[in-house]
Design a binder for this molecule. Structure first.
Ligand code: MSP
Length: 521
């Protein structure tokens, strides 16, 4: 059995989920579904990052006990992923005992390896990043380079992790495993950073606040939240000795945004080496969604788009389709509402939806919903082309996913759907229906179209899973979505057509855009 383990970052339980979080999760869900389709046992996990000064302060600001505060927010994330139809296998919260136990165990492993020592640290600290910055990395006015906000001066007794010890091994690993960091630009960025900045030891405990996991053996120290948070990828599997860990860990793919690259490409591998654990297979690093060129983030209310509102207005699948199709993994993309609506109208309503709908209606009209043909019928050049295009599309989907390009995979599927609409026009079964002896040819045309739609349904299931399920039930395909192998359908038995995706009218479009631009309307 082949295994894959796909993870999302665990989201800070300091604010409600926004579209940027949704994108990380939708992308991971798409990979998970794709691997399942390819016959892997694939596991998707997500969760919430609930400790640290940032969360403690956010709770205080809301006059709330930290635990109650994170309980409510974790609930919000769970609810959001439910509404978006994310099929995750486990949701970890870092305040759960099962997580604490693994975080403390990784600490002990690092300590036993002689990699942790006590010292002092002082410097400029960004609470949002939960990390110290050397002055050279700060923006003018001593602002955090990620959050553009003032950093705090902090001095504390702290445990250090001898990260410097792993410099050569880390560099060697990244150089020898080009698949470790995708895309290449991010890999080069990490290599460039490492070559210019030999690794320093890392401060990994705090004494200035209490909201965190205690350091084993010294309760006055709290574990640095990134050590705790990164360990979720192992506690999510049940710890180092679990069966799931043995099965899945070797094939781990972490989906992350570019802002958390350093933690995953530098800190995490060093922690794992210190703990005597093999490294994940790859990091897939995506870019940011912006709105009017500003990063979508919880600290900027003008950009904070609620993904559940969009999903309710246009359906979760339409949102997935748009986000996966319009953003090349690794690049940034600007969310444009007009473009969103025209993309889903043309792809899901006019192209795919229309194809399925008119096909089913004609099969009812001319064949009462059922076709059965014994042996091989009259095949012509157009049929051969459709068959060839099915195989070509499958090949492009496979290649695109190997190259981490869900966007190219979706495009190939939509092009195929377009070809099928053109095939219908060219073969024009409604014309043949006017002549007496063409029933057999008509049957053959519909067998080709329905078989091709079955391929689209299966190949498209990682990108628009509910639409795929909808087509499956309308066309009575095999319930289990599998990688298509044979193009050889000989019988059809369809149910009554219903609209797969409602086209958004101009009037509705104006109404939606006005609402999205001013969510209080
Ligand atoms: N808690 C840490 C991750 C710990 S993982 C061991 C964290 N949380 S976060 O809530 O701030 O962000 C989580 C993810 O959301 C990151 O992958 C980040 O890149 C992604 N996004 C946040 N805003 C985004 C956009 N505007 N666009 C796309 N994704 C972005 O970091």
């Amino acid at each position: 059995m082949k295994y894959t383990y796909i993870t999302t970052p665990i989201y800070y339980a300091s604010g409600t989920p926004h579209l940027g979080h949704a994108y990380s999760t939708i992308l991971a869900d798409c990979y998970n579904r794709y691997y399942k389709l390819r016959g892997y046992r694939s596991r998707l996990t997500t969760g919430t990052d609930e400790y640290g000064l940032k969360i403690e302060r956010a709770a205080q600001k809301n006059n709330c006990e930290p635990q109650k505060f994170v309980d409510d927010l974790a609930e919000k994330f769970i609810e959001t992923w439910g509404k978006l139809g994310i099929a995750y296998d486990d949701f970890i919260r870092t305040t759960e005992p099962r997580h604490r136990q693994v975080a403390q165990e990784i600490w002990k492993r690092m300590e036993e390896n002689g990699d942790i020592y006590l010292g002092h640290y002082e410097g400029l600290y960004c609470v949002d990043c939960e990390q110290y910055y050397p002055e050279s990395e700060l923006l003018e006015g001593k602002l955090c380079p990620i959050h553009n906000r003032t950093v705090d001066f902090m001095r504390e007794e702290t445990y250090f992790f001898r990260m410097s010890k792993y410099y050569d091994r880390l560099l060697g690993h990244i150089e020898q495993h080009p698949e470790f960091i995708y895309p290449e630009t991010r890999r080069n960025e990490v290599l460039g950073f490492l070559k210019h900045n030999p690794l320093q030891d890392l401060s990994i405990s705090r004494t200035s606040f209490r909201w965190g996991i205690q350091v084993p053996g010294n309760e006055s120290h709290i574990m640095y939240v990134w050590i705790d948070a990164l360990t979720n990828y192992i506690s999510n599997l049940g710890g180092f000795d679990s069966e799931l860990f043995n099965q899945y860990w070797g094939n781990t793919i972490h989906i992350i945004g570019k802002d958390i690259l350093k933690f995953h490409a530098i800190y995490w591998p060093c922690i794992l080496m210190s703990a005597g654990v093999s490294l994940p297979k790859s990091l897939i690093v995506h870019g940011w969604w912006t709105i009017s060129s500003k990063k979508i983030s919880k600290s900027d209310p003008a950009t904070k788009i609620d993904p559940t509102m969009l999903a309710e207005d246009i359906t979760p699948d339409a949102l997935k389709y748009y986000l996966l199709k319009e953003l090349t993994v690794g690049r940034d993309g600007d969310l444009d509402y007009q473009n969103l609506i025209s993309s889903i109208n043309s792809g899901l309503a006019n192209n795919l939806g229309n194809l399925v709908n008119r096909t089913i209606q004609m099969i009812f009209k001319y064949f009462d919903g059922r076709i059965e043909v014994q042996g091989i019928g009259t095949i012509d050049q157009l049929d051969i082309e459709i068959r060839e295009q099915a195989f070509l599309t499958r090949q492009i989907v496979e290649k695109s996913m190997n190259e981490n390009s869900p966007s190219a995979a979706i495009n190939a599927i939509m092009i195929f759907s377009n070809h099928l609409n053109a095939y219908l026009e060219k073969t024009a079964p409604w014309q043949l229906a006017k002549q007496d002896d063409h029933k057999k040819r008509m049957a053959e045309i519909f067998l080709h179209i329905v078989e091709a739609i079955r391929w689209i349904t299966q190949l498209g299931s990682p990108f628009f899973p509910s639409i795929s399920r909808g087509i499956t039930s309308q066309m009575n395909f095999d319930e289990v979505l599998q990688w298509p192998e044979d193009f050889s359908l000989r019988s059809i038995n369809v149910n009554k057509a219903h609209v797969l995706f409602d086209r958004i009218t101009k009037e509705k479009e104006d109404e939606l855009i006005a609402k999205w631009q001013n969510p209080k309307l």
